[in-house]
Ligand binder design. Structure first.
Ligand SMILES: Nc1ncnc2c1ncn2[C@@H]1O[C@H](COP(=O)(O)OP(=O)(O)OP(=O)(O)O)[C@@H](O)[C@H]1O
Length: 317
């Protein structure tokens, strides 16, 4: 076991690369304290999803002390996800099955089938109390909050409706992978997360569903001291929702601070404009590099074109 700490999430000296790829994270460090609602921001491809998956224990990295969640190793200590303390919501409409990885969910499933863990309730009222490990009141609240019709057929609903069912499942059931390998865990599962990792799950939701869901998450944090890390490109309403922001550029942590201490936010109209200015200054830096170093210039097809302006062409002008 690593040394005890009072952070919900602690990443120390993380190194990670996908197979045969240059490293995404070379020496990455991040601390997130209990009760935080931390926004994870950065340009496309900066490493947000990869980081969330590492925090969720989906990738093995280094030793037990590199990625700690609730003072356990995110990858090695499987009880984190078995117990429901650590939950990850993101990705596509798929199910992680043992060593087979993410399998796209296909076929004619109802929302009830998905939410009730594969047990199609004949009599909803009877079965509602019988599914092991799931708090029926919490489940009813989530179904109501997300306005889910249990009769929806998953292959015949909109992206946003499918996403609502996915969110409901993710908040009720611990990782599907763990349930599959060790079904007995279901009987001791606590459906209430202590750390929730969200990878842009609200993107398909309409504005009311999104705001209601964010409010629900906020209450969970405030009442139970739970911690949320939320990777997103949509900043509407997040100035008052989030407590912290972590900004990643090309696998490097550029900022990690409390939102109330963010100097730019004092002068800017909203969080969107602050993040926009960060991302635009990334582009500017790249442009400056290109301008300063001719070797960075990409050859364009036009460079060899006979129509390109050149000193030789001057004879013909
Ligand atoms: N399975 C994979 N195999 C190889 N490279 C990958 C894989 N998944 C992501 N990458 C690469 O890793 C880098 C980080 O990707 P990641 O998905 O973590 O970025 P992101 O910040 O979540 O981006 P976005 O905002 O577009 O969702 C990118 O360069 C991406 O191309």
């Amino acid at each position: 076991m690593g040394k005890a700490n009072n952070q919900s999430i602690q990443v120390s000296g993380l190194q990670f690369s996908y197979d045969n790829q240059p490293p995404i994270f070379a020496d990455f460090n991040l601390d997130i304290s209990p009760g935080s609602r931390c926004l994870l921001v950065g340009a496309n491809g900066s490493g947000k999803t990869t980081l969330l998956k590492i925090l969720a224990g989906k990738h093995m990295v280094g030793g037990r002390d590199v990625v700690r969640v609730l003072d356990c190793s995110a990858f090695h200590d499987t009880q984190l996800v078995c117990s429901g303390d650590l939950a990850y919501l993101g990705g596509s409409w798929s199910k992680t099955v043992g060593s087979a990885g993410d399998i796209p969910l296909q076929g004619d499933f109802s929302a009830a089938h998905m939410i009730f863990g594969g047990r199609m309730p004949l009599l909803h009222a009877v079965l509602i109390h019988s599914v092991e490990g799931i708090d029926p009141v919490r489940r009813e609240n989530l179904i109501e909050l997300l306005d889910i019709d249990l009769k929806w057929r998953m292959h015949k609903v909109s992206d946003g409706q499918r996403r609502r069912v996915q969110i409901c499942m993710g908040l009720l059931h611990p990782f599907q992978r763990t349930l599959f390998v060790r079904p007995v865990i279901m009987t001791i599962a606590k459906p209430q997360f202590q750390v929730l990792l969200l990878d842009e799950v609200t993107v398909d939701l309409d504005v009311v569903a999104r705001m209601d869901l964010l409010e629900f998450f906020k209450e969970e944090c405030e009442q139970r001291g739970a911690t949320i890390v939320y990777a997103t490109h949509i900043f509407d309403g997040l100035e008052t929702w989030a407590t912290d922001v972590a900004y990643i550029q090309d696998g490097e942590l550029r900022r990690s601070q409390k939102l109330v201490e963010l100097p730019e936010l004092k002068n800017a109209s909203n969080l969107l404009s602050v993040v926009e200015s960060w991302l635009r200054s990334e582009t500017k830096r790249e442009n400056k590099l290109v301008a300063a170093s001719p070797q960075f210039k990409k050859a364009s097809a036009f460079d060899n074109s006979p129509f390109r302006s050149s000193r030789h062409m001057a004879y013909y002008r």
